[in-house]
Write a protein of this length. Sequence first.
Length: 573
Amino acid sequence: MTGILTTTILSFILYVVLAGIIIAKNNKSKVVTSKIAGIVFVVLFIIGGIMNYFILLPITVPNMVISNIAIAGAGIFLVFGMTSTKLQKKAKGTYEAVLGLIIILAVLAVPTIIVLGILTLDDTYESIEKKDVEEAKPLDEDSTPIAVSPEVARNKIQKSMGVVPNTQFYDLGKLQVQKIDGQVKFVAPLEFTGFWKYFRGKETEGFFTISATNINAQPEFIDSNMKYTNSSYLNHNVQRTIYGAFPNYIPSGEAQIEVDEDGKPWYVQTLYQPIGITNKPDMQNLQVAIVDPVTSEVSKYKTDEAPEFVDGSVSSDVATDENEYFGKYVHGWLNSLFGKKDVKIPNESGTESSVTPIFDEQGDMYYFTDMASPRENIDSALGYTLINARTGALTYYNGKKNNGIMDSKGAKEIVNKQYPEKNWTGSMPILYNIDGNPTWVVNVLDPNGLFKQYAYIKAGDADFVVFGETARETLEAYRLQLAQDPSNVEASDESAFETIRGEVNRVLVTTTQKTGQVIQFLLKDDQTIYTVNAGKEPLALFLQAGDNVKLKANIRDNGTGIVDTIEIDQLSK
């Protein structure tokens, strides 16, 4: 309540000053004017307090300037209307002068705030901790899990709502990805469906979790009553709790659930203070508020100093804004409109506010977004960004060594066109490194949001697509296609290869229009099926049983090996 009271008081400064001037000038009706000005003040103060209670207006210079002008204008106009019949000509002139002053202030203040906001765009861009990397290194399949799409997770949880007591009171809140006990999971709190459900229920019953990496996983309901939530009303609303503690901070997005090591849920909200006298964010000073949903106790930390259980102290909304500032205002506001030199537009294919959360091999969460050209009808990715979900640091992989790869919208369109009769669509495209090839991995969903397939799409070749029921099955089929593709000159890192010697036992040569000639063979006392493309190793066409070979191959755990080089002793003599 302190924040709401402070905001309301600050919003009345101009009215009090101008009302005092009018009272001082109106000699004969000073007492009457004072009473009317006082009544108007009380009425507007109550109305303003109620409005601030629901709007939760942060205490910033632009907000206070606009609210002062609005309240002063309304207040002086009411005072004038209630005293006009008792005024002298001189007093009326004072009213007219004051109202004119308010109009002038409004005309000057609003454009000034807009102009200052535009001039501050450069400062916000500079406040981003950023790094530009020339080699667009796609994400490593072995270190980054393929996440289940939020649509699939939400659909499964909705079907499990029957386990919740008084389920008619609730709906699912925002899904948040985080690591719990070393596993990447979606967390979805229960939220009230309306005021009367809140009035009857008082507390929500808990939250759901479901694996974000296992498509066959089922949701688990965790019983944990929460009194302070996003959907609670009056003083039990989480946003109001945070505002009451930190009214001079601007919240970003909606507070989200994060679960600590003991299984206790907390509401987490990213906050920032603006640069100068604008509302533009200072990305170097991001804060996070953490609220106990049982007691309403609230604490504030720098985002990188938040408790370890908080994976996303920088919200997806902040990450989306950061991408926007980074991509559009690299050379300032004018350039973003006219020249557009080096301007990059973030695609909106993400799962949370246009970004997609992922985890690296150290367990740190990042937000992934690919960047496209501002020119229309171009579906080529310029590069992509990864934003650290605790520090806000942005790394831009500029794609200069992977020119010509499609963007996430292009990858989704390929999936959308594959099954037009079923109306299946692509969801949550993420760029991976599959044996040195930038590859889009896309979830394929039916119209009800149910998972149907995975699609692996070679980012540099729209015709190179492999579909499969499971991630492992699709990955291996895709790798086999890569090995058989004569146009594929990429390969795995050197460390992924094994050197193998042996005698050939069986040989099979197949020919297709797409892959050309592919040789598969077995070695004696070795059950691995080796595959080599004749486009890479032409002499392999003459391979036969009994030949002694030395080869370098990437051995898969499914009993196959992709051959990179092969030497045939009988042909080298």
